[in-house]
Design a protein around this ligand. Sequence first.
Ligand SMILES: [Zn+2]
Length: 73
Amino acid sequence: MPWCDSCDRYLTPTSLDDGTCPSCDSDEVLAPDVAAPVGRKLPWHFKLMTALVVMYLSWRVVLLAITVVDWAF
Ligand SMILES: [Zn+2]
């Protein structure tokens, strides 16, 4: 997807006017392969939510194991 550095946003390929940004008329619109967000840092709230989900699911596995042991023996 094309990326405009001046506007700091993605553009739809059909909105480009001869390769320039329709909002700021900047011709420094990056090609899709250059603009791919490789290595872009994940937001902190995503990491926090992932850590909390992993902790919750781990606790649920422990509870399941306790329940199975109580049921079996
Ligand atoms: Zn722009």
